[in-house]
Design a protein around this ligand. Structure first.
Ligand code: ARG
Ligand code: ZN
Length: 863
């Protein structure tokens, strides 16, 4: 591949307000691929139609391509020129034409994993957001929708399976041991949904009968030997198809639905029309190699990509600023699906934990952006927790405010109005307004304003009548110094703790002002307030409550999420006090944990979640200046105190028989989760038999959930059992990349003081490679998630990550750029660490030839 393009020296900022409709549409695309791992020849025929009154040049985007030939309506054409890496064709007075262009690409050299690339001897594509232009010249913008006809030919033994979007309408034999296939997708789609796969694959086949009685053939394609690990994905696919019919009235619209799993993939998966391409991580699962959490990940991502068929493909995005239109909505849909398949309370806890871990820090830092950004340099940098997860919260708030029936009226109207179109976030909001009958004028600020709103609450009493005073602030974020108050649903309840029974039942109020007073009713004494129940709004609630009140709520609140929140708040208050050097007796926490544990028979999964201590990062988020070492110390101390005080409970949990790994029922999964938590608490005490106990669990485990939990626990210590278990694990799974990722990950997660050195050494391990994004995330991603290690006082963690970014950027800028945000959180740390972090960002920026992805993230992180 000639690298004609690379990246511009001066980053260009693209603004949402500059959107102009395309001057040319492309109703039909015909592609012809002569496939080869090192050389694939692509002939594209674009039938183009002008949308403007007068002549306009045809702008075709390219990235790293050289046009080998250009023809217009069958004639060799010379009226074209290159503009940087793009191709501009002058079509004079023509209003329509067929433009043919030949290009050549080298999939084996495509380490960016964008466009057409090779992974484990197969060829596959990733085109979202702007990868199609790395295959052929094309407008490559989501508001240009085309019908695709794809012919591909290649060596029969190398590429026995040839797949693309839509239906296979013909196939045959060619010369010299080749064969070919012709695919046609009847549904017009933007280029980012194009997909092609060629390789030696086997399928797990099944079928699904849609609500109107049509039969859809399903295929999950993997490398030979992996087919036995696709059963869970297949079941998830069928469940998703049924769920979207039942909950949203959406039926699948082709006779074929294929999924291909590839080992080298930048993200989780991709919703290409009729041909989803997945990271193996979200397809392959069996009890011996996948944890229960991995199983849930498979189910959630399979559903997510399937749901995109309507929220993303049938209705797509007008431009990339609208990304949350499809991603926020689709994440919301997959969250609800997973809640319906398992435990709604536990799913909500997990989703909120992820939001707080990934999105709140983003919203509080230099890379904060609204869910509908106003500008970007590289769109790949905006596949963020804000666009995805906060975006989902915004949809959820609309659903909460109008209730399920009216929300469904709104989404029906949205799909009906915009089917076949490239729509905007505004279109979605208007459809909900019109369909559900609600005024969302003020609510639209969620699309405009970045930053996590903060609600400061206080209880006031007048003559026995209690009310809640709310002061809402939205913090300044880059480019947005002043904020307006947001509209949001707040679910609350109030309880009398004095046994009088007085009670304000679950109530939904709409907050819209900067200050607001809500009447709670008559209580003899200050009531226990249960607020933001179910996390009805994605905000930070600032509300000082006595430990006793929190403990009471943790035991008695009738909303499980609120019980979880109360216990977390109690733990958090205790930890923050301890970190700030204030003496705080852990007894209230211990009692509350004991109380919660007593309910474990009914819902072990919920109990396992509820008794987990808040993460080190989340404790840090509560502090003015994060002290990673004190946080680590105090968190481990509290863990040890709870472990010791409730030792007999934890032992009782572990003494019971583990549910068989093949049992994937809710109860069995919950039981395993609780056993993992029990083991961690016991190990934290440092008691004599802790390592032996963990090793026993490790050795006796009949599946990966217990095995990994025990290994992770051992990895924190320095016992002989640790080395032994790591070695056994490595020998057993060295040929299974997804499991080997876990081996790297547990070591990078370790609370041992030498973890940064260990990560540096592991990067030299023969099984480590920069070319596989999963492996990079398993090692370095785990390190950035290990707060005390990453923020090691001498800056060694920062240096290691910056070295990685510098080494990885030339190969895979997208994955390199994703490692930068942790370095951008420098404002939250002490001056010494600030200086060290900034120095590494500057060192990255000083690299010559840095990608647009990394340049944007590093330069914005310094502001
Ligand atoms: N649309 C995909 C999803 O389901 C994500 C693809 C993002 N790819 C990328 N290169 N940024 O969420
Ligand atoms: Zn998505």
């Amino acid at each position: 591949m000639t690298d004609a393009s690379s990246t511009p020296a001066i980053p260009v900022t693209i603004h949402r307000g500059d959107y102009r409709p395309p001057e040319w549409q492309v109703p039909d695309v015909a592609l012809d691929f002569a496939l080869g791992i090192e050389e694939t020849r692509v002939s594209a025929a674009l039938s183009v139609q002008r949308t403007t009154d007068g002549p306009a040049p045809l702008l075709l985007r390219g990235d790293g391509l050289t046009p080998a030939a250009v023809r217009v309506d069958g004639e060799v054409w010379n009226d074209w020129r290159m503009d940087g890496s793009d191709l501009i064709v002058d079509l004079g007075e023509r209003t329509a034409a067929v433009v043919e262009i030949d290009t050549v690409v080298n999939p084996a050299a495509n380490t960016q994993l964008m466009g057409l690339y090779a992974s484990n001897d197969m060829l596959c594509t990733q085109c979202e957001a702007e990868g199609f232009r790395r295959i052929t010249f094309h407008p490559d913008r989501p508001d240009v929708l085309s019908r695709y006809r794809v012919r591909m030919a290649g060596d029969k033994t190398r590429f026995p399976i040839l797949l693309s979007n839509g239906n296979c309408i013909d196939r045959g034999e060619g010369d010299g041991g080749t064969h070919w296939a012709l695919w046609e997708d009847p549904w017009p789609k933007p280029s980012y949904l194009f997909a092609l796969v060629a390789g030696d694959l086997v399928a797990n086949r099944d079928s699904f009968t849609t609500m109107s009685g049509r039969t859809v053939e399903l295929g999950i394609w993997v490398r030979a030997g992996d087919e036995d690990r696709t059963g869970h994905a297949m079941q998830a696919l069928k469940n998703s198809m049924r769920w979207d019919e039942e909950v949203y009235g959406r039926e699948y619209d082709l006779d074929l639905f294929n999924i291909v799993a590839v080992g080298d993939f930048n993200m989780g998966a991709m919703e290409n029309k009729g041909l989803n391409i997945f990271n193996t991580r979200y397809i392959l699962a069996d009890p011996d190699t996948a944890t229960d959490m991995d199983y849930d990940g498979v189910e959630g991502v399979v559903a997510h990509e399937y749901f995109h068929n309507w929220s993303g493909n049938r209705v797509t995005c007008r431009d990339w600023f609208q990304l949350s239109l499809k991603e926020g909505f689709t994440v919301y849909r997959d969250q609800c699906f997973s809640a319906d398949m398992g435990s709604a309370a536990v799913k909500r806890i997990e989703d909120v934990r992820l939001l707080r871990a990934a999105q709140f820090p983003e919203d509080a830092g230099p890379l904060a952006h609204p869910i509908r950004p106003d500008s970007f340099q590289e769109i790949s940098n905006f596949y963020t927790a804000t666009v995805y997860n906060k975006g989902a919260e915004i949809i959820r708030m609309m659903a909460t405010m109008v209730g399920p029936e009216r929300f469904r009226k709104g989404t029906d109207l949205y799909f009906e109005r915009h089917d076949g179109e490239a729509a905007t976030c505004e279109d979605f909001v208007r459809a909900i307004e019109d369909g559900a009958g609600i005024d969302l004028q003020q609510f639209r600020r969620w699309y405009e304003q970045a930053g996590t709103p903060r609600l400061k609450l206080s209880l006031v009493e007048e003559a026995g009548q209690w009310s809640l005073d709310i002061v809402q602030t939205v913090p300044p974020t880059p480019g947005q110094p002043e904020k307006q108050p947001m509209m949001m649903p707040l679910r609350l309840a109030a309880f009398a703790m004095d046994g009088s029974g007085a009670h304000l039942a679950d109530t939904l109020v709409t907050i819209s002002g900067a200050t607001q007073r809500i009447a709670l009713g008559r209580f003899a004494v200050r009531p226990a307030l249960s607020v933001n129940r179910g996390f009805s709004a994605p905000v930070i609630v600032d509300f000082a409550r006595a430990p006793g009140e929190l403990a009471w709520l943790a035991a008695h609140d009738d909303d499980p999420f609120a019980r979880y929140e109360a216990l977390q708040q109690l733990m958090l208050d205790t930890l923050v006090a301890a970190v700030s050097g204030k003496d705080r007796d852990p007894q209230t926490v211990i009692d509350a944990v004991a109380q919660t544990l007593s309910g474990r028979a009914a819902d072990p999964a919920f109990v396992a979640e509820a008794v987990l201590l808040p993460s080190e990062a989340f404790i840090g988020d509560q502090m003015l200046t994060v002290d990673p070492d004190a946080i680590r110390r105090e968190r481990l101390a509290l863990q040890a105190a709870i472990g010791a005080a409730l030792e007999s409970e934890w032992r009782a949990i572990l003494d019971g028989a583990a549910p068989p790994a093949t049992d994937l029922s809710r109860g069995a999964k919950g039981g395993r989760r609780l056993r993992g938590v029990a083991l961690a608490y016991l190990a934290a005490t440092g008691m004599d038999d802790a390592a032996a106990l963990a090793f026993r669990v490790f050795s006796q485990a009949d599946g990966m959930t217990e095995r990994q939990a025990a290994l992770a626990t051992l990895a924190h210590g320095d016992s002989d059992e640790r080395a032994h278990a790591l070695d056994i694990f490595y020998q057993r799974y060295r040929d299974n990349p997804l499991v080997l990722d876990k081996w790297f990950q547990v070591q990078a997660w370790s609370v041992r003081p030498d973890t940064v050195d260990a990560v540096r050494a592991l990067a030299q391990h023969p099984d480590f490679t920069l070319t596989n994004p999963n492996r990079v995330r398993a090692l370095y991603g785990a390190l950035t998630g290990n707060q005390a290690a990453f923020h090691q006082a001498d800056g060694a963690g920062y240096r290691l990550i910056a070295d990685l970014v510098i080494a990885l950027d030339p190969k895979n800028p997208q994955t390199a750029a994703r490692m930068i945000p942790p370095l951008g959180r420098w404002k939250r740390f002490d001056e010494r660490r600030q200086a060290l972090m900034k120095a590494e960002l500057e060192r990255i920026l000083a690299q010559p030839g840095l990608s647009r992805d990394t340049t944007e993230q590093a330069s914005k992180s310094l502001l």
